[in-house]
Design a protein around this ligand. Structure first.
Ligand code: ADP
Ligand code: MG
Ligand code: ZN
Length: 625
């Protein structure tokens, strides 16, 4: 923002001008009293030796001072200003000055200029200040102007080295950059440049980062703009901005235009089923479409765009000729997580025994942004503990903090509540340890964090991409085990299982409705519409199947859940000693490692799970409450 005090400049300018007015005599007559003489009065005064000085102008105007201190002005008949008058003046010992002419035009201009100089100077300052921050003035006048930030070739210092992993995506995008550098090579092969590359992936996977790296690496002008900055209150503004952006890019071609979060403008245009149409957005999108069609491939403009909601994009945007290429940027896999951690731990002093491989293994489902956050939290933990080097414990604490929120002190629960939570979590843990297809137990705790009163962490042994029916059924049993243990040990259920039940039901519904895992309903999939990454958004009205099918689905879901509960209960009933021991251990220690759980139930810990105390995350199983 321009500084507010700049308005004071006007006051200063006026004050300075007034001061100059009094100081500069040339622009106004002095304040000495002045008499207006006729020529005769003047002659009389001369003869009476009243006149001290006279200044005679060629045009006959004369002025001067009187002996008594006053001033006078008079006019001398022009042709009389000859020698006789001069003699007479001389005789009266008047000092005579001959002025060249009346104050010349030049000097008059100069004096006015001097008078106005404060205005000019301070006005210029004021203008500079308003301009400095984009200016309120320009905001009002320049409604239709583009707000694209132009990154000069060297401005972002990000390079591909800062983007760990994603070799495929990098290669694809690097190829586009290469095309801008050496169009001839491709033209000779008859290849046309891709006009647009759309990066698609969940939030925090480094799409923006990748685009910045391209800017740093490309060596061509790079225009970066956020999709939302096109959309304004006024219809037509967005379209004008798109037009400006592209005309600027065309001027400086070859160039790259990067539109971040393109879903803000690229969403499907209103058709049937959309209640509110958005004229402004549609116009903006239409403009974007025609601009992307408009430039001829030889000009060398490539549009990069990023979104985490590809399914809401207008189909017209996705057809070849606009965004020819779609690069999917998924959540990082194990090796990529390791590499991303490497990038973010580059400047952190790591202790000898920190193994980033372990950290990467314990963070399935973390995005690049999560990992960056993890590394930072770990460093903060180390500082808090007054250590110079980061220890494995710091990473563990940071991870728990991210997954579970801050751990509360242990004494917020009433004793009987604490016992109920211990029974509940022990139930989860024992069943998870007993089910051979479930993810191994890594850690159980009854320290409340955020919404959860306790948590059981399971850590997948390998990164899974496909879940079998046995895995899903085990995971239903594990989720219902908390409640089963409460009923078994305490004789009643509690509100603590609400989350588990909702999750289990959700999973069961999917199994029946989408995965075709129920004999009664059969191999039918009714996927719920909605975002791939951002949860579902099922329209209220539509249901693609009959009432009877819904009834069958409900029945099957209930059956799956009952079966799972029965299994959990019977497993727990067969291991009541282990359950009781684990409850005692939890009440004593608050946190119990997976290894101890396996020892208590008398099974060997699954290969590879040993010693690992970090649990899994969103992808596999959210911590059971
Ligand atoms: P988005 O995909 O939502 O645009 P960003 O590009 O803004 O995600 O990424 C957010 C942050 O996550 C980056 O600033 C960076 O610190 C970190 N990050 C994400 N992916 C990577 C990666 N592959 N390598 C290094 N850091 C990454
Ligand atoms: Mg982004
Ligand atoms: Zn639970």
């Amino acid at each position: 923002m321009p500084p507010r005090w700049r308005h004071i400049l006007w006051v200063i300018a006026i004050a300075a001008s007034v001061a100059l007015w009094f100081v500069l005599p040339a622009t106004h007559t002095s304040s000495t009293p002045t008499d207006n003489f006729t020529y005769s009065q003047f002659l009389t005064a001369v003869d009476a030796h009243q006149v001290k000085t006279v200044t005679i102008n060629p045009d006959g105007a004369a002025s001067g001072g009187l002996v008594n201190g006053r001033n006078y002005v008079t006019r001398i008949p022009a042709d009389l200003a000859g020698s006789s008058l001069l003699d007479r003046l001389e005789a009266a010992k008047v000092s005579i000055t001959a002025a060249s002419s009346s104050p010349s035009l030049g000097s008059q201009l100069l004096s006015w200029l001097l008078l106005l100089s404060p205005f000019l100077l301070l006005g210029w300052l004021w203008w500079r200040m308003s301009r400095g921050a984009g200016g309120a003035l320009r905001g009002a006048m320049g409604v239709g102007r583009s707000r694209a930030k132009v990154f000069d070739a060297e401005q972002p210092s990000t390079t591909f080295a800062d983007v760990a992993g994603y070799e495929g995506a990098k290669a694809e995008i690097a190829e586009v950059v290469d095309f801008l550098h050496r169009p001839d090579r491709y033209r000779r092969a008859g290849a046309a440049a891709p006009r647009g590359v759309l990066m698609v992936g969940p939030p925090g996977t480094g799409k923006t980062l990748l685009a910045r790296a391209v800017a740093g690496q490309a060596g061509v002008p790079f225009f970066s703009v956020a999709g939302s900055s096109f959309v304004e209150m006024f219809v037509g503004v967005g379209a004008a901005r798109v037009r400006d952006l592209f005309s600027e890019a065309r001027k400086r071609a070859p160039a790259i235009v990067f539109v971040d979060e393109i879903d803000a403008i690229g969403a499907r245009r209103g058709g049937s089923g959309v209640m509110v149409s958005n004229d402004e957005r549609e116009q903006t999108l239409n403009q974007l479409l025609s601009e992307m069609d408009g430039f001829d491939p030889a000009t060398g403009i490539v549009v990069l765009a990023a979104t985490n909601r590809p399914e809401v994009l207008d189909p017209a945007l996705l057809r070849p000729g606009r965004f020819d290429r779609q690069v999917v940027i998924p959540l990082p896999n194990l090796a990529e997580r390791r590499a991303i951690l490497g990038v973010h731990c580059r400047d952190k002093p790591l202790g000898e025994d920190v193994r980033l491989d372990d950290v990467a293994r314990a963070t399935p489902g973390f995005s690049g942004a999560d990992l960056a956050n993890l590394a930072n939290e770990a460093a903060i933990c180390a500082v808090r503990a007054g250590r110079e080097l980061l220890e494995p414990a710091d990473f563990e604490e940071a991870r728990d903090r991210i997954v579970l929120g801050r751990r509360e002190g242990s004494n917020v629960l009433l004793p009987e509540e604490k016992r109920a939570v211990a029974v509940h979590e022990a139930g989860h843990a024992v069943v998870a340890a007993l089910c051979s297809h479930a993810d191994p137990v890594a850690k159980v705790t009854i320290l409340p964090a955020g919404q959860a009163l306790g948590a059981t962490h399971q850590l997948p042994l390998v990164e899974r991409h496909l879940y079998g029916e046995d895995y899903l059924e085990d995971s239903l049993a594990v989720r219902l085990a908390g409640r089963a243990a409460e009923v078994l040990e305490l004789g009643q259920g509690s509100t603590g299982a609400a989350n588990d039940l909702a999750e289990a039901t959700e999973l069961a519904i999917k199994m029946v409705r989408e995965f075709g895992l129920s004999d009664a309903v059969g191999p039918i999939g009714y996927p719920r519409g909605g975002s791939v990454f951002l949860g579902s958004s099922e329209p209220l009205s539509s249901r693609p199947f009959a009432e009877a099918t819904q009834a069958a689905i409900d029945e099957e879901v209930a059956r799956l859940l009952r079966d799972a509960e029965r299994r959990a209960t019977s497993l727990l009933d067969g291991h009541r000693d282990s359950l009781a021991n684990l409850v005692d251990l939890l009440l004593a220690n608050e946190t119990v490692d997976g290894a101890d759980v396996y020892r208590l139930v008398g099974r060997s810990e699954p290969e590879g799970a040993g010693g690992e105390t970090m649990g899994p995350h969103r992808s596999a199983a959210t911590p059971a409450a």
